[in-house]
Design a protein around this ligand. Structure first.
Ligand code: GLU
Length: 297
């Protein structure tokens, strides 16, 4: 197997420390496997995309010495591929249906509120028809019963299981505002790029079962997954532009990289490396030791 990994930032602002940690983890894992490392600009959500942020992120990665092996893929240019996958799902699986529910209606008819996450399981109201309501979004039907439980072994977090029926419900592929849903875009793009290993922040652990199910419906391979601990602020919130994450100091990449390695629990042989090359070589070795340690080896 030829290892192919990726870093997939959403250009909602400049690269911050939390996204640097994900970038570094995916970069080190690709290096540790002697594999390819790709970058995908996840600007599928047009309303959330900040003009200039993608260029800024790509420039920061370059200054930090993380260079992709292939030109970046931009989700905003991939609508035709998402449409094709959506049409294939609609015609071959019969599991795609239009939904006329508003957020408020879903909240009102809610059956389950899962404690681990704020995702509210959609109760399947429109499964059997719109009842005269106009179509807003398009959903993918999830299995019922035991078949709804998706299991995977996360290389960092260990064995995972999620019951799509009770914890998620039929989920959106195309949103009411006509945007392609993140879940569909990621699965289509990872499959087309031949991604074998996904390394990203643990905030996406909760999306993984949906992505595996979509891969099964589309008949594409499931990559292996590794979710690194997310960086939180003092209030325990995931670091993001909304929670006040500041942009990285691009004049001092080594300081930020040492801090990111520290967050990942990497034990570098020396406290401080003076060049990017020396840092990455040491961090790659430390990454391999960290993974062995996580597996209890
Ligand atoms: N674009 C997502 C984010 O920035 C990451 C998606 C992924 O790695 O699958 O949170």
């Amino acid at each position: 197997m030829t290892y192919r990994g990726r870093f997939a930032p959403s250009p909602t602002g400049p690269l911050h420390f939390g996204s640097l940690v994900s970038a570094l983890a995916s970069w080190l894992d690709a290096r540790a496997h002697g594999g390819a490392w790709l970058v995908r600009v996840e600007d599928v959500d047009a309303p959330r995309t900040v003009p200039g942020a993608a260029e800024d992120i790509l420039d920061t990665l370059d200054r930090f010495g993380m260079r992709a092996d292939e030109p970046p893929v931009w989700q905003s240019q991939r609508s035709a591929a998402y449409q094709q996958a959506f049409d294939a799902l609609r015609t071959t699986t019969g599991l795609v249906y239009p939904c006329g529910c508003t957020r408020k209606e879903i909240a009102d008819s809610l059956l389950h509120v899962h404690a681990r996450h704020t995702t509210l399981a959609y109760p399947g109201t429109c499964r059997h028809g719109l009842n005269g309501k106009p179509a807003r979004a398009w959903r993918l039907r999830v299995p019922d019963g035991a078949a709804a439980v998706i299991r995977f072994d996360d290389r960092w977090q260990g064995p995972q299981a999620q019951d799509l029926a009770t914890e998620v419900g039929d989920f959106v592929l195309r949103r009411a505002d006509d945007q392609w849903a993140y879940q569909l875009a990621v699965v289509v793009d990872d499959a087309e790029a031949g991604i074998t290993h996904v390394v990203r922040g643990a905030d996406l652990l909760d999306s993984t079962a949906r992505q595996i199910y979509l891969q099964q419906c589309l008949g594409v391979p499931t990559p292996s997954y590794l979710h690194v601990p997310v960086v939180t602020n003092d209030a325990g919130e995931k670091l993001s532009k909304q929670t006040g994450a500041t942009a990285l100091d691009v004049r001092n990449p080594l300081a930020a990289l040492h801090a990111a390695a520290d967050h990942l629990g990497l034990q570098l042989e020396e406290k401080r490396y003076a060049s990017l090359d020396a840092f990455y070589a040491a961090a790659t070795r430390a990454w391999m030791r960290r993974l062995t340690q996580l597996r209890g080896g």
